[in-house]
Design a protein around this ligand. Structure first.
Ligand SMILES: Nc1nc2c(ncn2[C@@H]2O[C@H](COP(=O)(O)OP(=O)(O)O)[C@@H](O)[C@H]2O)c(=O)[nH]1
Ligand SMILES: [Mg+2]
Length: 280
């Protein structure tokens, strides 16, 4: 049993509020079973060997889906490769956004979200290029969105969630960060740092993306916390997270420090607000 799981809440339903979708007994599906209606945003920096594999797996399991690769001028030529993959897909399901330099995961997703909202997608998905997030499990996330959830997190730490080949040190850091966030924020999300997620467009329209400046893990916590604070319904589904086999992680230690202080501040603000004090 994973640490921090709540046995009274095995489905990983994280709380929540009376928005229209949550109270609707028969919510209208927003994505069809082939994935039409959803945009999968894949940020890339030096993922030349991984990108063709992940797009093929993704389009193989959900042929109706659209992919947006957000490449930061990868020195290994991932951006050019993405253009070729896009040109080779007769159905035009692969789109590419080229940015001028390494701007970080958070800003890559923000740029992708804006594009996806402008293009009218109903659901926007975050997925890594390195194979850690199995495309074959995306339909689980989308099904839960169709059930009425606003943000669905692919969770390593709910029953059924798994870690494959992750270094023990990273697992401990990740579990520690999640425990810390749960305590500091008083939230019941088991894997709030996870980067495999599906958002209904309403969430991203509501949460003031312009004011998000967090990076790395903190970016994921920040967005989930904003969604919870705004009263959206957040759920988790178990996934198998597999460590990358090819290429290198770009995650640095400095993002841990950012997360530590910001989460403490959000938790404090939340508790003060509950007793009627608003910090300026
Ligand atoms: N566009 C863009 N993508 C990035 C950047 N940093 C990381 N990525 C991508 O974000 C995803 C997750 O990064 P990764 O290094 O695997 O982090 P880890 O899984 O936490 O070790 C991968 O698809 C990376 O290529 C960046 O600065 N810009
Ligand atoms: Mg990775």
């Amino acid at each position: 049993m994973a640490a921090g799981t709540d046995e009274s809440n095995p489905a990983g339903d994280s709380r929540v509020a009376a928005d229209a979708t949550a109270t609707d007994p028969t919510p209208t599906p927003v994505v069809d079973p082939t994935g039409t209606g959803a945009l999968v945003i894949i940020p890339t920096f030096n993922e030349r060997e991984n990108l063709p594999v992940i797009t093929e797996r993704l389009l193989g399991s959900l042929p109706g889906i659209t992919v947006l690769v957000v490449d930061d001028d990868s020195p290994d030529g991932t951006g050019d490769l993405a253009d070729r993959l896009a040109a080779d897909d007769p159905a035009g399901r692969i789109k590419v956004m080229h940015r001028t330099g390494k701007g970080g995961l958070g800003t890559a997703y923000l740029a992708g979200f804006r594009q996806g909202l402008d293009d009218g997608f109903q659901v926007l998905v975050e997925m890594d290029a390195d194979g850690s997030h199995a495309p074959e499990q995306l339909s689980r996330l989308l099904e839960k969105v169709n059930e009425g959830y606003d943000l669905v997190i692919g969770s390593r730490y709910v029953p059924g969630g798994e870690l494959v080949n992750w270094p023990r040190r990273r697992e401990l850091l990740s579990r520690g960060a999640n425990l810390y966030a749960r305590l500091a924020l008083g939230s019941s999300v088991h894997d709030i740092t996870a980067g495999y997620r599906a958002y209904r467009r309403a969430v991203l329209e509501k949460i003031a993306l312009d004011t998000v400046d967090s990076q790395g893990y903190c970016f994921q916590i920040d967005l989930a916390w904003r969604a919870l604070q705004a009263g959206f319904r957040v759920g988790e589904v178990p996934i198998t997270f597999t460590e990358r086999e090819i290429g290198e992680s770009k995650m640095s230690g400095s993002v841990m420090g950012e997360a530590f202080f910001k989460v403490a501040r959000w938790g404090l603000d939340h508790r003060l607000e509950k007793v009627g004090i608003k910090r300026v």
